[in-house]
Design a binder for this molecule. Structure first.
Ligand SMILES: C[S@@+](CC[C@H](N)C(=O)[O-])C[C@H]1O[C@@H](n2cnc3c(N)ncnc32)[C@H](O)[C@@H]1O
Length: 292
C-alpha cells in the first residue's frame, strides 16, 4: 500500500508521501510514465497527493479551530463561575480599516521576486505566504505604502493562481503584481530616490521618506545566496542600505530578516517613526534578546 501522509500546507513543507512504494513487490509498483525521471515522477505523485488531501486538511483545520473555540469558551465559563478575571481570554478583534480611511505614506515598497530559479518549491510557497502577510499588513493599518510585487511569474504566480485564487481581487491601492523585472519598472525613475535594502551593506537606513522607493528582495534562501540582492542593486546602479538593527535592538540569530518582516517594518516605521518601536512590534519575541 502507498503510505499517505498529509502535507503541511502552512509552510509548504512537503512530507514524504510514498516512502513505502519501494517496499511494494515489482508487480505492485506504479509504473513511471515514459519520458519522466524517477525524481520528476515522485514530485508529481507528491503534488497529486497534496491536491487530493487539500480538502481533508481544510476540514481538519476547521475542526481544530472549533475545538479550540469550545475549549476557550469552557475556560471563560469556568473563570466566570469562580469570579476570576477572564478578559485575557476574550477575543479582541481589530476594527477593520477601510482603504478610504487609510493614509498614503507616499512611499513605494517593491518586493523584487526575480529569484524564482534559486528557490526550492517549499521556499516559493513560503514566499507566497510572506507576500500575503505583507499585503495584510498594508491593508490592516492606518498607514499604507504603495506595495508592488515585481517579476511576478513562474512558480510564484502558479502558486497564487492555484492556491489564492481571489488575489486578483485584492485592492490595487494596497498591492499590485507585475510580471516586469525591476529594471523595467524603474525605467525613467530618479534612482537617487531608490534604495535596495540589503543586510550585506554597511550604509544604514536612517529614516523613510515620502516620494522614495524601497526595494526588498523577494527570496527565501536560508543564507545560501549572500550578497545576491546587493550585487543586483549595484548592477542596476541602485544604492543599498541595511536596517539599523545593531543600533536599536539586540537580536538573536541572523541579522538577515525575512522579506515579510522587512516589509512590515517599513510600514510600521511610518506608524512609530522610530526603528526600535517598529522592531519590537514586528519581530517575534524569540528574535529579540534582552542582553547582548
Ligand atoms: C531573506 S532576505 C534575502 C537574503 C538574500 N541572500 C539577499 O541577497 O538579500 C530577504 C530580503 O529582506 C531584506 N533584508 C533582510 N534583512 C535585512 C537587513 N538586516 N537589512 C536590510 N534589508 C534586509 C533584503 O532586501 C533581502 O533581500
Amino acid at each position: 500500500m502507498v503510505e499517505e501522509k498529509v502535507v503541511n500546507e502552512k509552510d509548504g513543507e512537503e512530507v514524504e508521501v510514498e516512502k513505502k512504494i519501494k517496499h511494494l513487490g515489482p508487480f505492485e509498483r506504479p509504473k513511471i510514465p515514459d519520458g519522466m525521471s524517477k525524481h520528476q515522477w515522485k514530485k508529481m505523485v507528491k503534488r497529486q497527493r497534496w491536491v487530493e488531501n487539500k480538502g481533508k486538511m481544510k476540514e481538519s483545520r476547521r475542526e481544530r479551530k472549533k475545538e479550540r473555540n469550545e475549549e476557550r469558551k469552557r475556560k471563560i465559563e469556568d473563570l466566570k463561575s469562580k469570579g476570576e478575571d477572564y478578559t485575557e481570554l476574550l477575543r479582541h478583534k481589530k476594527p477593520r480599516i477601510e482603504v478610504e480611511d487609510q493614509v498614503s505614506t507616499g512611499a513605494k515598497v517593491i518586493i523584487d521576486c526575480a529569484f524564482d530559479d534559486l528557490m526550492l518549491e517549499k521556499e516559493v510557497v513560503s514566499l507566497s505566504s510572506q507576500i500575503t502577510r505583507s499585503y495584510s499588513e498594508n491593508k490592516g493599518g492606518h498607514n499604507r505604502v504603495e506595495l508592488l510585487v515585481t517579476s511576478f511569474d513562474k512558480r510564484l504566480k502558479e502558486r497564487f493562481d492555484n492556491s489564492l485564487r481571489d488575489y486578483d481581487k485584492w485592492n490595487e491601492k494596497q498591492i499590485q503584481f507585475v510580471e516586469d523585472d525591476l529594471d523595467k519598472v524603474l525605467e525613467g525613475e530618479d534612482l537617487s530616490k531608490v534604495i535596495y535594502l540589503s543586510a550585506d551593506t554597511d550604509e544604514k537606513l536612517e529614516e523613510l521618506k515620502s516620494g522614495e522607493t524601497y526595494i526588498v528582495g523577494g527570496i527565501v534562501d536560508k543564507g545560501r545566496h549572500k550578497n545576491l540582492c546587493k550585487e543586483k542593486a549595484e548592477r542596476l546602479g541602485i544604492q543599498t542600505k541595511r536596517l539599523p538593527i545593531d543600533e536599536c535592538i539586540k537580536i538573536s540569530g541572523r541579522k538577515v530578516l525575512a522579506t515579510s518582516h522587512v516589509v512590515e517594518l517599513l510600514i510600521k516605521w511610518f506608524k512609530y517613526r522610530d526603528w526600535k518601536e517598529a522592531f519590537e512590534d514586528v519581530l517575534p519575541p524569540r528574535k529579540l534578546r534582552t542582553e547582548k
